[in-house]
Design a protein around this ligand. Structure first.
Ligand code: SF4
Length: 330
């Protein structure tokens, strides 16, 4: 194990998000256009062995948590085999997945057997017509069946349901999701809408803040805040009557950058040191040009040393990254 990976602000980096594809089978309004986006050429996307090698290099610098994202990771052919390869990388202690859940019913068992131990499922509405409205897919029943299939595996803990909060839409979802959190073992989180949409149509007045949502729920089901976990992105509350918990991820109204421990690799092998990075470091070309692990490690350490202190959303001069959420991964 080499020196632990730190940025120039003294933050230790222990969490790597890996986007395994830019493709997706949904067309969420806050993410991509109805017709989708021009997908990467397959040859441009990192091969399984390349992802495995990069994860190994990061693990050698003390990165212990790896989250697999997309686009939609489960549309990548043979994805469970990749998960198994990464679960076997020395130093990887936690392997998790972010998915829209559409293929979970098919893949749940294979994912668990491969070594996935935490899963976040993105669901923005529990009402079939409204789910269709926001994702442009009539797939809620299928996604809920996938959740149930995953829930058959107690070794996957926690299973989180993440809902993007948008003003004028999510207010009506607050209580149904609170009831869902109270009646199931799934941990519900609301995520504020961020300026990472492909249409660049985001505006601050579309952001429904975590505080506003919490107030809607608290009025019906009183909430009490739980202590914040280090590096956590969520403010988590328990229902005062003991009926479970619910969380709010507020990157716009309450940024949590101070103890950020995360960096990302895109599907084509670019290192992003922040979700809102404007600059990226290409790791694929050096990989394919025969660079040694030490060379790649040097590139990573240099880039991470220059990691952004925080995002500047809502500040004068903020520039939305040219790359959209579907091409970054959560
Ligand atoms: S915005 Fe950037 S610095 Fe802030 S928490 Fe997210 S990744 Fe970390």
């Amino acid at each position: 194990m080499g020196d632990l990976l730190h940025d120039g602000h003294g933050r230790r980096i222990s969490d790597l998000r890996v986007s395994v594809t830019d493709r997706c089978n949904f067309r969420c309004q806050y993410c991509m256009p109805a017709d989708g986006l021009p997908w990467l050429d397959r040859s441009a996307v990192l091969r399984f062995e390349e992802i495995e090698r990069l994860v190994g290099i990061f693990a050698g610098m003390g990165v212990t948590d790896v989250r697999l994202t997309g686009g939609e990771p489960l549309v990548r052919r043979d994805f469970p085999r990749l998960a198994r390869m990464l679960a076997n990388v020395d130093g990887v202690e936690d392997l998790s997945l972010t998915t829209n859940g559409y293929l979970l019913e098919r893949d749940a068992t294979a994912l668990v057997e491969a070594g996935i131990n935490r899963v976040n499922v993105s669901i923005d509405s529990l009402q079939r017509d409204r789910f269709f409205q926001i994702t442009r897919r009539d797939s809620l029943p299928q996604v809920l069946r996938g959740l149930d299939e995953l829930a058959k595996h107690p070794e996957v803990q926690p299973i989180k349901v993440n809902a993007v909060a948008i003003r004028g839409f999510t207010e009506q979802e607050a209580i149904p999701f609170a009831e869902f959190a109270r009646s199931t073992a799934f941990q519900v989180r609301f995520i504020e809408f961020m300026p990472l949409d492909a249409d660049h149509a985001w505006s601050a007045d579309q952001v429904l803040s975590g505080d506003e949502l919490r107030a809607i729920i608290h009025a019906v089901h009183p909430l009490e805040e739980l202590p914040r976990e280090p590096n956590s992105t969520a403010r988590v509350f328990r229902f005062a009557d003991g009926g479970g918990e619910i969380g709010f991820i507020n990157p716009v109204s309450e940024p949590f950058c101070a103890d950020c421990n995360r960096v990302r690799i895109t599907a084509e092998g670019r290192l992003r040191t922040c979700l809102f990075s404007i600059h990226e470091t290409d790791l694929r070309e050096p990989l394919r040009a025969g660079a040694s692990d030490a060379d790649i490690e040097g590139l990573i350490r240099d880039a991470v040393w220059r990691k952004e202190l925080k995002h500047h959303v809502g500040e004068p001069g903020f520039r939305q990254p040219p790359r959209s959420m579907s091409a970054i991964g959560g």
